[in-house]
Design a binder for this molecule. Structure first.
Ligand SMILES: Nc1ncnc2c1ncn2[C@@H]1O[C@H](COP(=O)(O)OP(=O)(O)OP(=O)(O)O)[C@@H](O)[C@H]1O
Length: 266
């Protein structure tokens, strides 16, 4: 039914595991939004989170780079290990963590600054360059990495907000990529884009996974099937099923997954 991204993946060894979630629970006040989530997310792999609205996909995504810290009523329990280190350890600085675990949101949200300054923002606050020439190099590299360089190289001082929606989303990807992240979290990154811009971002995701782990929340099962190698299906706060994308879409083990992918729940 779905055209999955069939590439032969090598057998998984522990060193391929980038993120380990153990018994992760999230509460918003009294609401128990995420229940006992255990999952291993692989390096250099695209993992899709799918499931009906309100099932906890974005909540779990936001646990990984501690964006839930910014929601006063949110409480997170359990462990999320990035390369074996708990991201909720008191010694972890969330700002440093978010440079390593970048995020792209549903609606493109460039800063009200120039194209150049949008991309240079992270490298500047994290002191990643010693001089302007180095910073120029990082900005160019990130814009090339986000497949935007050729479209903007002659207008770097113009506002990022003046770009088209698809270009703005690739600018946000360049901004995230500029701090050389190890993981990129994408929360419905194409939902505000037209089909052409969506195809460009999907192509980009395929390139980015050569460098790091990409986790994408999507409502489009076709998109999950096209871009991901692993898929996690969430339902009512539970991670119901996780496995190879091909298996989830063609041979789901759980009746709830089967019902969702065949359009009977959602
Ligand atoms: N800031 C918040 N305050 C209170 N409750 C919240 C908050 N964010 C999410 N929730 C609740 O937590 C549950 C999970 O929401 P979440 O946004 O993670 O789901 P989702 O699967 O990403 O949904 P969607 O696909 O609609 O974006 C929902 O019941 C939602 O109402």
């Amino acid at each position: 039914m779905y055209d999955t991204n069939r590439r032969v993946e090598n057998a998984v060894t522990p060193k391929d595991i980038k993120i380990q979630a153990r018994k992760v629970q999230v509460f918003y006040g009294d609401k128990h939004a995420l229940k006992d989530v255990d999952v291993d997310i692989l390096d250099k792999t695209v993992t899709a989170f799918i499931g009906p609205s309100g099932c906890g996909k974005s909540t779990f995504l936001r646990c990984i780079n501690r964006m839930n810290d910014t929601i006063p009523i949110a409480r997170v329990e359990g462990e999320i290990l990035l390369d074996g280190e708990d991201v909720y350890d008191r010694r972890v600085d969330p700002v440093q963590l978010r440079a390593k675990v970048g995020m792209v949101f549903q609606k493109p949200n460039p800063f009200p600054k120039s194209i150049y300054d949008n991309v240079a923002y992270g490298p500047r606050i994290h002191g990643l360059s010693r001089n302007r020439a180095e910073l120029d190099g990082i900005v160019e590299g990130a814009l090339r990495g986000a497949a935007l360089w050729n479209e903007v190289k002659d207008r770097l001082s113009e506002p990022g907000t003046g770009l088209s929606g698809g270009q703005q989303q690739r600018l946000c990807i360049a901004r995230a990529v500029a701090t050389s992240p190890e993981v990129l979290l994408m929360d419905e990154p194409c939902s505000a884009l037209d089909p052409i811009a969506t195809a460009q971002v999907e192509e980009l995701i395929e390139e980015l996974r050569e460098q790091f782990s990409v986790v994408i929340v999507t409502h489009s099962m076709q998109q999950a099937a096209r871009v991901s190698q692993k898929t996690a299906f969430f339902h009512l706060g539970n991670l119901v099923e996780y496995g190879d994308t091909d298996d989830i879409f063609t041979r789901p083990k759980d009746s709830r997954t089967e019902a969702y992918i065949s359009g009977r729940i959602g």
